[in-house]
Every structure is written in C-alpha cells, then in structure tokens.
Write a protein that binds this ligand. Structure first.
Ligand code: GDP
Length: 432
C-alpha cells in the first residue's frame, strides 16, 4: 500500500488528524494474538482507496528535544513515505524548526502537502494563506478537531498519492524485497556490508523506474535481491530519547515494503523482549520470516546450551521459520541465507487448491470432531484459501469454533503443507 506520513512539531494536532482520518477506527486492533505495541502505522481508506498512514510524531519530546525530534520525523518520512502531510498550527505559524524541516522536505522530491491545522473557522483562513511563504505550495486550512476541511484535504491527498507504493510498482519481475531487522548491535550493518562485498550493484538502470535511494540491490547466490530501507541500518537517527520509537517506526515501515524479513539475533546475548517485539512486528505484518543467529564465531559450548533452551522456550511460536547460524564478521554460512529466503518466499506465495483444502478439512473433522457446545456442534461447511502472501484461509462454519480447534486446524495445515518461513492465517465466518 502507498504510505502517507504525518510530520510536525508537538502540539500541532497530529494525533487529532490521525484520528480524524481514521474516523476513530484505530481502536480496531488487528486480531493477532500476543501483539502489544505502540501503534505507529494504521491502515486507512478514503474513497475506496487503501493506504498506510504513519504517525511519525508518536514520540513527543520535551522542549529541548523538539528540533531533533521533528528532524528525525522528517528524515524517516522522507525515506519511507510516498507522500508527506506536513502539519503546522495556524495560530502559531511557521517556526524556526519548521523552516529547517521544510528545507529537508523540499529537497526530498516527494509530494508534500502543507496542512494548516486548528483553522476552526473561516476567520483563520487568511492566516493559513500566509503559509504560502514556506514554498510548499497551497496551505490546506483544516480543523482536525472539528473536521472542517479534512475531507477536502483527503480528496487532494488522493490526487498526489500514487496508486501503489513506489516500491511495489517495481515488484513485477523485479528483485525480491528483503528487510534486515534486529535490535541495535546484533550485526545488521555488518551483515549488509559483508553481503554487499564487492558485488554491490551501485547503479540500476531499469527503464522507467525510480530507484529509492534508501534501498540497495545486492547479488547473492546468483540473483539480485533488493534490501529495503538500508539507510535505516547505515545511518542512525541521532537521538538519545525516542530512539526506540524511531527504531520501531523504521521496522514497521521497512516491513511495509518488504516481502521477507531477516531478523538478526545476537547469539552471545539472551533473547530479549526487544527481539520478541521485532518478531511480533513481522508476524503482524504477515511477511515471510528467516531467523539469522549471528556472531556464531563467539559462541562457546556453555552459551550454546543456553541458547538452544531459550530458542525452545521463547521462539516456539516461530519454529516454522528457517534458521541460519551465521557470522557476519567471518562470512560463515552467509550463503545459506539464500536458500532460506527462497524457501520462505515460496511458502509465502503458496496456494492450496480449494478441493484439496476441503478434502483435508473433511479428514480432520472425521478424525477429530469439534466438541459439542450447548447442545450444538459447530461444523466447518466449507473452506477456501482467500489469499497468498501470506497464505490466508477462511472457514465458513455453522457456529463459533473454539480457539483451541482453530489452533488444531492451523497446526495440521502446517504438518501437511509445511509453510516453512511464512505465517499463515485461519479466519472464520459464521453462517447462522
Ligand atoms: P547493527 O547495529 O545491528 O547494525 O550492528 P553492527 O553491524 O554495527 O555490529 C555491532 C557490533 O558487533 C560491531 O562491533 C560488529 O563488529 C560486531 N559484530 C557484528 N557481527 C559479528 C559477528 O558475526 N561476529 C563478531 N565477533 N562480531 C560481530
């Protein structure tokens, strides 16, 4: 989906605008178990077109941190968005911070829409007009709080937001898109540098495509891969506070562009909450997953035993992800990433024919019928795979299935079809 990012100083009303655009549907959190995080990106829709709305200002700093924070927002937005909403408080006008950010946005060569918020009534519109002076084109006076002007703004956004994100446009026949993820210091940039080696494809002269400078194309195992948002790995947002927020913003946005994620783990340290959170983000995004256990050269036998136990305990829910033990420093087993990526992507693309799927469902029902609930036995009437990427199944049933029964179906689907490297989803539609 195309990405629309919202940038602005604290208190200009970014959150109110996010809520207004979403129509307060943001409370509808996707049905993924075990996912708790501060949301930074939302699925939004206007005039039947879907897009991803990214609130880059989700972390609001104290007074000293404002400049750095707004600069970081702009930097991230410019790298990752297809269009940017730059929000200014019409009562305050443009500040010195704004001017600095405006320069960055103008240089970015992406559509930027200037939003003059808190224009609660028409009296404010002349003040909004003053913002022409920023050189970002027409200011759009809106009141996020009362809704004034927001729908006109969205109509306008739809005219500048590309139908599909710039990255996805190159999808057809293009290189497959990989995100390298992991907490700081696990070795992401070492891995990227080692993989790139001498083989980095610096210029890519594909006709009619605009290369995103934050991505790199790297040849591995005889094929070109597109590593997305490598800028997020190579340069860091220079912030003390808020660094976590911008890291998860980047992770979410990189996943938006990627088809498969390599989550890098540091084997010399215990698997942490932060590692698990990143894996959760991958699961929530529905992208394919490969786990790279890095710094294998530093592993001793003691630590190794602990590691295996941690994996069994903490990563059982992603036991289906291919595992590669690597050393980004020595280059050990880096070549094994290629078959792992290929397997994961193949699973991600897999489609099970409806006939076969229903034969399997009939077999499962016969072998292990759903327990009777208040005198009734919910039955699966029919099932089909609604989509690939990731494989998503829908079961039409005569009543609600127990969560345990749905897990049983999911488990058996994996046993039969493997789906190595991809999350799968089993949804239910009750026919009453
Ligand atoms: P990033 O923050 O995830 O990009 O991590 P870096 O790539 O900057 O690596 C963090 C530190 O770990 C650096 O000092 C690297 O040299 C070191 N490092 C990365 N990979 C390996 C590895 O496989 N083995 C060893 N021994 N050190 C590594």
């Amino acid at each position: 989906l195309p990405v629309l990012a919202i940038v602005g100083r604290p208190n200009v009303g970014k959150s109110a605008l996010v809520n207004r655009i979403l129509g307060r549907r943001e409370a509808v959190v996707e049905d993924v178990p075990g996912v708790t995080r501060d949301r930074v990106s939302y699925k939004a829709e206007w005039l039947g077109r879907r897009f991803t709305l990214v609130d880059t200002g989700g972390w609001e700093p104290d007074a000293q941190g404002i400049n750095a924070s707004v600069a970081a927002q702009a930097e991230v937005a410019v790298d990752l968005a297809d269009a940017v909403l730059f929000v200014v408080d019409v009562n305050v006008g443009a500040t010195a911070t704004d001017e600095h950010v405006v320069r960055m946005l103008r240089a970015a060569n992406k559509p930027v829409i200037l939003v003059a918020n808190k224009a609660d009534d028409a009296i404010r519109d002349p003040e909004a007009a003053v913002l022409w002076g920023l050189g970002l084109g027409e200011p759009w006076p809106v009141s996020a709080l009362h809704g004034r002007g927001v729908y006109d703004l969205l109509d306008h956004v739809m005219t500048v937001l590309p139908e599909i994100s710039a990255v996805a446009k190159e999808e057809i026949g293009g290189p497959r898109r990989v995100a390298i993820l992991g907490r700081p210091n696990v070795g992401k940039s070492s891995l990227l540098n080692k993989a790139a080696g001498e083989e980095r494809v610096v210029v890519n002269e594909l006709a009619g495509t605009t290369r995103d400078p934050v991505d790199e194309q790297i040849e591995l195992g005889g094929t070109i891969w597109r590593f997305v948002d490598t800028a997020g790995i190579r340069k860091r947002v220079h912030l003390q506070q808020g660094a976590d927020f911008y890291a998860s913003l980047r992770t979410s946005a990189a996943l938006e562009k990627a088809e498969v994620a390599i989550v890098v783990l540091d084997v010399t340290e215990p698997i942490s909450v932060q590692d698990l959170r990143i894996i959760d983000l991958v699961l929530e995004s529905g992208r394919a997953l490969v786990l790279a256990y890095n710094k294998w050269d530093l592993l001793d036998d003691d630590r190794r035993r602990y590691l295996e136990r941690e994996i069994e305990q903490d990563l059982a829910h992603v036991a289906w992800a291919p595992r590669v033990n690597i050393s980004a420093r020595t280059g050990r087993h880096l070549e094994k990433l290629v078959p792992a990526l290929n397997v994961a992507l193949e699973s991600w693309d897999t489609r099970i024919p409806t006939g076969k799927f229903n034969a399997l469902l009939a077999e499962l029902a016969a072998e292990h019928p759903h327990p009777v609930r208040s005198g009734k036995q919910p039955r699966i009437l029919f099932g089909t795979q609604a989509s690939t990427r990731p494989p998503t199944f829908v079961l039409f049933t005569s009543g609600f299935l127990d969560p345990g029964y749905r897990r049983f179906i999911t488990r058996r689907l994996r046993e039969v079809y493997g789906f190595e490297g991809t999350p799968i989803q089993v949804n239910m539609r009750v026919r009453e």
